[in-house]
Design a protein around this ligand. Structure first.
Ligand code: GLU
Length: 420
């Protein structure tokens, strides 16, 4: 890996994954360099007025990984640990995810280094508007389209869309996706990532001949993605036996009341002091015996220290990059866990973002039933493509999925050629 400005542990992890895919595809060195490094980035300083009148300054980023196949696409993360290296890694993963799903997008990601739980709603609004204001010269409906990620939500997208639209003098809903339906958001977008995780899990259970009502699930992370994945799996008949968020974990072998947990977390902003199960740490939770383990929070929670302790049959990666490369090697060597890699497992979100963008550009709106039917079709197509690639390259699901993405991007770059 070059000594770039993106240098960080998470970026190194994303580069390591890329190298594995590039090795198996036997990509020449010049193609690797061209395909791997982000095209461009913007770092901004964001001063906002706090409710007490003081001014506080935050740091924000946006990384556009490649613009070869259309606009770039990806979420904006508000989290205290955000840095440009992490944002670049997440942008790279968006590239492979979009290419695998066959979307006409490159990957992007944005972030602000802030703990959103420490800001009031009015402060969050000022920060979101300031971030979009600074990004106006860098984004566009055919340049770079943002969406929610960890710490941001449909309300954040509505503020960003409003800020951009005011600047233009007319409504421009296609500038962001994941908006509330009242301002041009797609039906089903909020649920889409979790729905996709549950759908991919159902397919993996079918492949393993495990009936849904004999399967158990453990969900680490209870934000928009984890909670919807848990709800849909529960509806399908899977017994969710443990859930967690940053405040801790809860285990209930008889089955978690997922609806009650979602309502509690919505009322209290977290699961803290919830009494729907026996409390346990996130580390203990990851090692529970279950059919499906769903990491749905930050990257690198599964590492060399705990990969040997996993007792799941299926690892459904709802988060981006939840398994680090050492853990990945250990899991592959164990051979008893089927991995549904992140770029496939959580791609439901960006797929429905694409549907939202299409609906905005055409000013024609789809029913929720249409959205989910089309989503299932696209997920199944990606899944079959990964299986075929796995056989062709004789490799594991992650490398196969990444190799599909890398191959498609490299082919597009080759066809477009070099200018000048
Ligand atoms: N932030 C989400 C992801 O990591 C969604 C991105 C999008 O919808 O553009 O996939």
């Amino acid at each position: 890996m070059r000594d770039t400005l993106y240098k960080s542990d998470v970026f190194a992890m994303a580069c390591g994954q890329f190298e594995q895919a590039a090795d198996i595809l036997e990509l020449p060195q010049d193609v690797r360099e061209r395909t791997l490094y982000p095209k461009r980035c913007l770092a901004v300083t964001l001063p906002i007025r706090r409710d007490n009148g003081a001014v506080e300054v935050f740091e924000g980023f946006r990384v556009q990984h490649h613009l070869t196949m259309g606009p770039t696409k990806g979420g904006v993360r508000f989290h205290q640990d955000v840095n440009i290296g992490e944002v670049a890694a997440l942008a790279m993963w968006m590239t492979w995810k979009c290419a695998l799903a066959g979307l006409p997008y490159g990957g992007a990601k944005g972030g602000v280094t802030v703990d959103p739980s420490k800001l009031s709603p009015a402060e969050l609004e000022r920060l979101s508007r300031r971030y979009m204001t600074e990004m106006i010269p860098f984004v566009g409906t055919h340049v770079d389209v943002m969406a929610p990620d960890m710490g941001t939500n449909p309300q954040t997208m509505a503020w960003m869309m409003d800020t951009y639209s005011i600047q233009l003098g007319h409504s421009e809903p296609a500038i962001v996706t994941g908006k509330p339906p009242e301002v041009g958001g797609s039906l089903g977008r909020k649920e889409a990532t979790g729905y996709g995780v549950a759908h991919c899990t159902r397919r993996a259970l079918e492949d393993a001949s495990i009936p849904l009502n004999q399967a158990t699930a453990v969900v680490q992370g209870f934000g928009n993605v984890g909670s919807h994945a848990a709800l849909y799996l529960h509806q399908m008949g899977v017994k969710v036996i443990a859930i967690s968020d940053v405040t801790g974990g809860w285990h209930n072998p008889a089955g978690i009341d997922v609806r009650a947990a979602v309502d509690y977390a919505a009322r209290n902003r977290s699961l803290k002091n919830w009494n729907g199960g026996d409390p346990m740490s996130n580390d203990e939770l990851l090692a529970l015996e279950c059919t499906v383990l769903i990491p749905a929070a930050l990257e690198r929670v599964i590492n060399a220290g705990n990969a040997g302790k996993l007792r799941c049959k299926i690892l459904a990666e709802a988060a981006n990059g939840p398994t680090n490369n050492d853990a990945d090697a250990l899991i592959n060597a164990r051979g008893d866990i089927t991995v549904i890699p992140d770029v496939l497992c959580n791609s439901g979100g960006v797929i429905v973002s694409y549907f939202e963008w299409l609906q905005n550009l055409q000013n024609a709106y789809w029913t929720e039933r249409e959205v989910f039917a089309k989503l299932e079709g696209m997920l199944d197509k990606s899944r079959m493509a990964v299986l075929a690639q796995q056989k062709r390259l004789r490799t594991n699901p992650r490398t196969a999925a990444l190799a599909l993405g890398v191959e498609r991007v490299a082919a597009a770059k080759k066809l477009r050629g070099l200018f000048p």
